[in-house]
Design a protein around this ligand. Structure first.
Ligand code: C2E
Ligand code: MG
Ligand code: MG
Length: 574
């Protein structure tokens, strides 16, 4: 009896365990986002499980339900689904198909696995998964691959693909393809002034406007930030570049109205490149238009520039120069030369101007007027400028000690250097490092720097002057400083540009100008220096009319420190 009771208890426990795991299994399967059809070959019976009822609204109990299941899907795919389902070809691999429902609303992945006993098929399990979310994500990805998410017109990559298509077509038909790049001038001002949200809305609206041109001969693209491009197949007549420019300009006469109520008006620059004249591929065509746009920007706003081959040469030359310059900075291939300046009456040494020299292995000396603008653009003027300042002040300290003379060291400082926040500190740091008298340091600045950022730069100059450092206005007369500006400038020295010196003796009006500049300079308490004095006549004349200091080939060319030392040695020996 006890034995029987024991066996009964065991059976109960096993049953409980089974129903517990059955329940767990049922719960998991029902809540999963999967549904199953199970088919037993031996019993020829169907069952559906999991989320099947939830997905399809019925269960599968027999072949009729199975037909209902097939009809649920896109009609063109039903035969393939059936093939996967009924095929008895031996395969241990799963077979799958992604299909839309017959309403075109939801995506399902149907996966069929077959179970074999030896090589006899015993069961089939069909898994059905709702993949609508994944598909819409990939549709989104597809959209992102073709369109710019901000403006909704073609993005750069897809535009290149389409443009290459135009070019292939044009090659076959012996026709042309043109691109018109449109760059919004000073777009930064819209962003800075009205905020990024309005900036973005404007870009959207402008993109939308260009989209209106799209047809089988025109494609519009948002290439980057504030640059758009139209690709035009066979750009003649109604589709000529000039017509598009005319239309765009006309549209830009009116402001764009933003949803916030703001109105945005902009000007644009245009650049144009054409197949087959300028390039053979979409990418090269876009590069040509980029180069032309670069040119257009340097020529001022609202320009229309057609690419031409010389631009490419110039561009490649600049790129080459920039690469060379970068490696020159890394290898410190610079040197400082010094050009003496003399008091005009006594011919005594007043000081030296430090002038940078770059010696390239292949090209020899490259003039500062060539590489300084490039260095200013790519930022390498900062290490170059620091090198010159350090070197010049170090040299001053050495010469003052060696020759027991007191003279001024003038250093040219670029606008880029003046604009940096740490500029004043960096100058003072070098002066402290070599323990020189700040009164013997003169920094040269050009008019344009002072005028462009008057307040900020003036502030810095005042700080430097408070420390005793002198400020000199270089190339005076080539810019546009008015007298009223000059009066406000915190300067000590005025350097009269070589162009005045050159024509002073031959041209009557220059003669008058140079004399009045000197008059004014002395009345304002500035010291005057004439630059580029090449002859005795020029020297004598400038001395006569009261120019304080003379600098030029006549008195001495810029020379390396060792050569200057030879001169200083001979002077001190006398
Ligand atoms: P700048 O500061 O006006 O320098 C005077 C230029 O005139 C120098 O040219 C000098 O060699 C040249 N020069 C002096 N006397 C005569 C003369 O009698 N006849 C002729 N034909 N030329 C004379 P350089 O050294 O080629 O420098 C050109 C410009 O490059 C400089 O004009 C200056 O603006 C800039 N520069 C030179 N070195 C530096 C530097 O270290 N930093 C910066 N930021 N700019 C520099
Ligand atoms: Mg100078
Ligand atoms: Mg000068």
């Amino acid at each position: 009896m006890d034995d029987l009771q024991y066996q009964l208890d065991m059976l109960k426990a096993v049953n409980n365990k089974i129903s517990e795991s059955e329940r767990m299994y049922k719960l998991i399967v029902e809540r999963a986002s999967l549904s199953f059809i199970y088919y037993s070959v031996e019993k020829d019976k169907y069952f559906s499980m999991g989320a099947f009822q939830r997905f399809f609204g019925f269960d599968i109990k027999g072949p009729k339900d199975l037909d209902r299941f097939f009809e649920f899907f896109d009609a063109s795919k039903i035969s393939r689904i059936k093939e996967i389902f009924f095929s008895e070809v031996f395969s241990r691999n799963e077979e799958a198909i992604d299909v839309l429902d017959s309403h075109g609303e939801k995506w399902y992945r149907i996966i069929c696995s077959k179970i074999y006993y030896g090589d006899v098929l015993t069961d089939k399990v069909i898994k059905v998964i709702d993949i609508t979310r994944d598909m819409s994500r990939s549709e989104e990805l597809l959209y992102m691959a073709y369109y710019d998410s901000l403006t909704g017109i073609y993005n750069r990559n897809y535009f290149i693909t389409l443009l290459d298509g135009y070019i292939d077509r044009a090659k076959e038909n012996d026709e042309k393809v043109a691109i018109l790049t449109i760059d919004i001038n000073d777009f930064k001002k819209v962003n800075d002034g009205l905020g990024m949200i309005i900036g973005d809305e404007f870009l959207q609206q402008f993109g939308g406007y260009l989209k209106e041109f799209q047809c089988d001969r025109v494609i519009a693209s948002h290439l980057s930030n504030d640059i758009y491009c139209l690709g035009i197949y066979n750009p003649y007549g109604e589709y000529s570049i000039e017509r598009f420019i005319e239309k765009i300009r006309k549209r830009l006469e009116k402001p764009f109205k933003m949803s916030s109520g703001h109105e945005v008006s902009v000007c644009v620059s245009f650049s144009i490149a054409e197949f087959p004249d300028h390039a053979e591929s979409a990418l090269d065509l876009i590069n040509c238009a980029d180069i032309a746009m670069f040119k257009s920007k340097t020529m001022g706003n609202n320009q229309i520039i057609y690419f031409d081959a010389r631009m490419l040469d110039e561009f490649l030359h600049n790129v080459d120069m920039e690469n060379k310059l970068n490696s020159a900075v890394l290898n410190n291939n610079f040197e400082v030369y010094f050009q003496p300046q003399f008091h005009s009456g006594t011919k005594k040494l007043r000081g030296m101007e430090a002038l940078v020299r770059w010696r390239d292995e292949e090209k020899g000396f490259i003039a500062p007027s060539v590489f300084i603008p490039i260095a200013e653009k790519n930022g390498s003027i900062i290490p170059i400028g620091n090198f010159v300042l350090d070197n010049a002040i170090k040299q001053l300290a050495e010469w003052e000690k060696k020759y027991e003379i007191d003279f001024t060291m003038s250093v040219n400082i670029s606008a880029v250097q003046y604009k940096r926040d740490d500029f004043v500190d960096s100058v003072i740091e070098v002066i402290d490092k070599y323990k020189v008298d700040p009164q013997n340091i003169e920094l040269e600045i050009t008019e344009s720097v002072l005028i462009e950022d008057f307040e900020i730069v003036t502030d810095k100059l005042i700080k430097l002057r408070k420390r005793g450092i002198k400020i000199s206005l270089d190339d005076f007369g080539t810019g546009y400083s008015s007298l009223s500006y000059l009066m406000k400038m915190p300067i000590d020295t005025l350097k009269i540009d070589k162009s005045f010196v050159d024509s002073a003796l031959s041209n009557d009006s220059t003669h008058i100008i140079i004399e009045s500049i000197l008059n004014m300079s002395s009345n304002m308490g500035f010291e005057s220096i004439a630059e580029g004095v090449e002859s005795e006549q020029q020297y004598n004349y400038l001395n006569e009319i009261g120019c304080n200091v003379i600098q030029g080939f006549y008195m001495g060319r810029p020379l390396p420190a060792t050569e200057i030392e030879k001169i200083l040695d001979s002077k001190t020996e006398v």
